[in-house]
Design a protein around this ligand. Structure first.
Ligand code: GLP
Length: 245
């Protein structure tokens, strides 16, 4: 970004001129998804514009989802994701879903602990007094793009050591003979709170899907209670409907 071409008279407010210039750089590929923008004060030096003007231009691109701001690390060009179609009728794991598409997976762990359950976890898992659980919180990513935040609560009888979950929770449960064979899933709409939006690299308030899964063992015991937030811009859920009897 240089000083040339900013025009006080004819071409509209300076912040709009700068906004257009940043947008053009993204369209032409000079700024690619994931690239960081120079710091506000450096942009002010480069362009000769005031920091107020710079901030105003950036804020409107952040509001429209083209730029992402992360506290402490700066401003980035937003990553566009291709939408994934996800079947709703099959009990699969995130790892399996991505492997089927030939995509890589990794997790950013937020926490992985043995804890005393909260009342809603006691209810969902049907626990007794004094039972403890494994609680796993992570950002699920595929090909480096964050897609969901998942918080899984598992009885210790099914997962005595939460550290045993390397990538796949279902693989760890399978190894203990405790993989769910049936699940009930609920999906509802949610606007992503600032912290969740930041973890998912979308603008605060962006559309998300809250997905709750309760997984059962063959004997009917609950083995998984997972609450997730999925990116609304990344998923299409599809299910086949049959004629009612
Ligand atoms: C999906 C489900 C979760 C489940 C997870 C297991 O994401 N929504 O309820 O816990 O799969 O995935 P993985 O075995 O990859 O950890």
């Amino acid at each position: 970004f240089s000083r040339e071409g900013f025009d006080d008279a004819g071409s509209g407010p300076l912040y709009l001129q700068l906004q257009r210039r940043i947008a053009d750089a993204m369209t032409s590929g000079r700024l690619a998804p994931g690239d960081s923008l120079p710091a506000e004060r450096d942009m002010a030096t480069m362009t000769g514009l005031s920091r107020v003007t710079i901030r105003k231009a950036i804020q409107s691109l952040v509001a429209s989802g083209q730029l992402i701001q992360r506290r402490g690390s700066g401003t980035f060009v937003a990553q566009r994701v291709e939408r994934l179609e996800q079947a709703l009728s099959l009990l699969t794991s995130f790892t399996e879903d991505m492997a089927r598409r030939g995509r890589s997976v990794d997790s950013l762990w937020l926490s992985r602990q043995i804890v005393s359950p909260a009342p809603e976890e006691i209810m969902a898992l049907g626990l007794g007094a004094g039972d403890r659980i494994a609680r796993l919180e992570r950002v699920r990513r595929s090909d480096g793009v964050p897609l969901a935040i998942e918080r899984a609560s598992i009885p210790l009888s099914a997962l005595p050591d939460p550290e045993a979950v390397a990538t796949s929770l279902y693989d760890a449960l399978q190894a203990n003979g405790q993989r769910p064979v049936r699940a009930v899933q609920r999906i509802s709409a949610a606007n992503l709170a600032p912290r969740d939006a930041e973890l998912l690299a979308v603008p605060a308030g962006a559309a998300g899907l809250r997905i709750e899964r309760i997984g059962y063992l063959p004997d009917g015991r609950v083995v998984e209670y997972t609450r997730s937030l999925y990116r609304g811009d990344a998923y299409d859920f599809a299910v086949e409907l049959k004629l009612a009897p």
